[in-house]
Design a binder for this molecule. Structure first.
Ligand SMILES: C[S@@+](CC[C@H](N)C(=O)[O-])C[C@H]1O[C@@H](n2cnc3c(N)ncnc32)[C@H](O)[C@@H]1O
Length: 296
């Protein structure tokens, strides 16, 4: 039996905050031995009720990427290790670094375009990930977001601290290389994931040549067009960013202090409920003027 969605009220400094998103819980019917499919997979005991407070609830925002990944594992991967990481690099997502609260289990299948260790196998852009179709339960993808020629002089000859992201993670140039690469790896992820499998994508929009590249929204659109349903989205905040202040006289756009972790699911039923591309196409073809909703 499915419990009705409920609204939580939490007291915070005398104010009542209403959490508007309904939270669904699992209820197990012993006689019928049926477990209703719900959005929350962390409750196992039917007598156990969720005691959510502002301190314990999983939020969609954090200053720690490991906390976000741990929360994604809890909510969407039965608390288990991800199966595969296709941008494994130095495994910074998993291994404990100074100041880290968490250490996460390392995925079984590790790949990268530029492998940094023997445990990581090489993959090549626009070539297949060496895994069969429908074979993985979960994939992590954290591609470079920097747009710059790989032979960029300031990066190659610059001081140790210049172009840190570029040096560590490589870059794309021209910009369309980023868009094509992202699409290819999203498509390969869709092929290799099992039905209901999840894809975690970390991305960050960027500005290049005065143009806003809304890569976060692009990833969302590309994933949806491939058949992924977006089950969740987490925002990673940064307390500080490198600022190349000396070069510019006037600030023209905001400096980005956030990046996004999307959780996509290969779930055609959920996607088709509200496929935004279809919705918008339908709207384009309809005459919306004077429309009135009829409540049934
Ligand atoms: C931001 S880093 C990933 C860091 C990693 N999550 C970690 O925990 O250490 C981006 C990774 O993408 C890889 N990469 C470089 N070019 C790529 C491409 N064209 N397509 C996909 N990945 C690429 C880099 O080798 C790098 O390891």
């Amino acid at each position: 039996m499915k419990q009705d969605a409920f609204i939580l009220e939490i007291t915070n400094n005398q104010e009542i905050i209403q959490i508007q998103e309904p939270i669904t819980v699992i209820e197990e019917t012993v006689e019928e031995n049926v477990v209703e499919e719900t959005s929350c997979s962390s409750v196992e005991d039917e007598d156990e009720t969720l005691k959510l407070t502002n301190d314990t609830i999983i939020r969609n925002t954090s200053y720690s990427q490991k906390e976000i990944l741990k929360n994604i594992m809890t909510l969407y991967n039965n608390g288990e290790a991800f199966d595969c990481d296709i941008t494994a690099s130095q495994l910074k997502f998993y291994l404990k670094n100074r100041g880290d609260e968490y250490e996460l289990p390392v995925p079984k299948h590790l790949f990268d375009v530029y492998p940094q260790s023997e445990d990581v196998k090489q993959i090549v852009p626009f070539q297949k990930i060496p895994m069969p179709d429908n074979s993985l339960g979960s994939i992590v993808f954290d591609p470079p977001f920097v747009i710059s020629p790989k032979t960029c002089k300031s990066a190659l000859e610059g001081k140790d601290k210049s172009c840190l992201m570029f040096k560590r993670f490589s870059s794309f140039y021209p910009v369309s290389e980023l868009y094509y690469n992202y699409y290819w790896w999203l498509k390969e992820s869709y092929r290799t994931l099992k039905e209901d499998g999840i894809l975690v994508v970390k991305c960050m929009s960027t500005v290049s040549g005065g143009y806003q590249h809304n890569s976060e929204e692009y990833v969302f659109m590309a994933a949806m067009s491939l058949g992924f349903y977006c089950v969740d989205k987490f925002i990673l905040n940064a307390k500080a960013r490198l600022i190349s202040g000396a070069k510019y006289k006037k600030q023209c756009h905001s400096r980005k202090y956030t990046s996004v972790f999307y959780v996509f699911q290969k779930n055609s039923k959920m996607l088709n409920k509200y496929n935004y591309f279809e919705l918008i196409n339908n709207m384009k073809e309809s005459n919306l003027e004077g429309m009135v909703w009829e409540l049934k």
